[in-house]
Design a protein around this ligand. Sequence first.
Ligand code: ADP
Ligand code: ASP
Ligand code: MG
Length: 420
Amino acid sequence: MARIVMKFGGTSMAGSERICNVAARVKRAVEAGDEVAVVVSAMAGETDRLVGYCHEAAPRAVGADFRAEYDVVVAAGEQVTAGLLAMTLQAMGVRARSWLGWQLPIRTSGAHSLARIEGIETEAVLAAMAGGEVAVVPGFQGLTAGGRVTTLGRGGSDTSAVAMAAALSAERCDIYTDVDGVYTTDPRIVPRARKLSRITYEEMLELASVGAKVLQTRSVELAMKEKVRLQVLSSFSDAPGTMVVDEDEDGEMERELIAGVAYDKSEAKVTLVGVPDRPGVVGAVFGPLADSGVNVDMIVQNIAKGEGHTDVTFTVPRAQLPLSLDVLEKAKAEIGFTALLSDAAVAKVSVVGVGMRSHAGVAATMFRALAARGINIQAITTSEIKVSVLIAEEYVELAVRVLHTAYGLDAPITEDEVSA
Ligand code: ADP
Ligand code: ASP
Ligand code: MG
């Protein structure tokens, strides 16, 4: 008998039939003697629909008052699925009840639409679980100290589940989704992607932060910090999933140089042309952006071309491109650029692996493989276990496939495929 948290994503909760399938899985765990808390997402597409209503009601609004009400609206999707799952379980003869974020409560920071979980009161849930009742909790939502509803950022139900597992000292946090584990890249883009039986926290964190949305970045960060055992599995099959493990737990695992390839289409490129090449200029560019809450990611400063002028290229979240251009235009006199260019049709492609620490040549393989297909690299960033490049968006799928092959990650061709 174990205490476990089971989290079900949007596709897994999309409609009565799928909720019945989820309930059947929960029932099996209960019958096996586990104490179960379930964290649910809104039905697939529902959060997008609710976000759409917010932007229709208040076009262009971005202020704190708007974001507080945005959270009230978008948190609704998870309220519906939590109630539906609890009543489906009851109908199957399993004792269950739901608790909304504010009822527990799940306490968060006041950063509306991107709140951080600060603590969860678990007394009621623990008592229910000890009495054999399944606790169903909506993901993605929480409550500020001032009593207002918050949400945790898109994909945030993963983080709710990990936080719940930490607060309940659960043995495991099982993330049930629409793929049966973490793959070497998005299996929807590369059919030859391979499922990893294990991946280190560090690699998973880096992959998530460069776009592999199978787990929200913060959920991995939290699991690593709180030592939550995290597993990714399918809601639709009983195939073994992927376990996220510590590097030292990972001893006998055959070490691949690269764990995976990820892509991210959510950034846009900005270029400032003819910036004076003198101390303080970079601060004049990035200071006002930071003050406006714009998160700059990749940065490239070209070598000065004669006359002491240079071009500075960087990326910002696509959703913040209009704001960024506005901020830079206003700072034009201070920065002193001659032209401001932007391009939203870009994508970042990254390769990640702890093996990089001890191997040279990973970046060179990447650049050569892309060059061989005529894919131009517009910017580069690296960390100890990651190399990212910025390319034209139209080449993103090709680049992911080419790199997957270049690092030897493709699944071998099976005998069936050979004879077919
Ligand atoms: P959920 O609604 O269950 O939270 P998400 O859509 O957030 O599901 O995450 C699952 C999706 O993540 C998959 O359908 C897959 O397309 C995508 N994905 C991206 N990179 C990977 C990867 N490396 N391994 C597995 N899935 C990935
Ligand atoms: N429903 C939220 C979203 O779509 C949270 C989640 O599913 O994790 O972003
Ligand atoms: Mg998700």
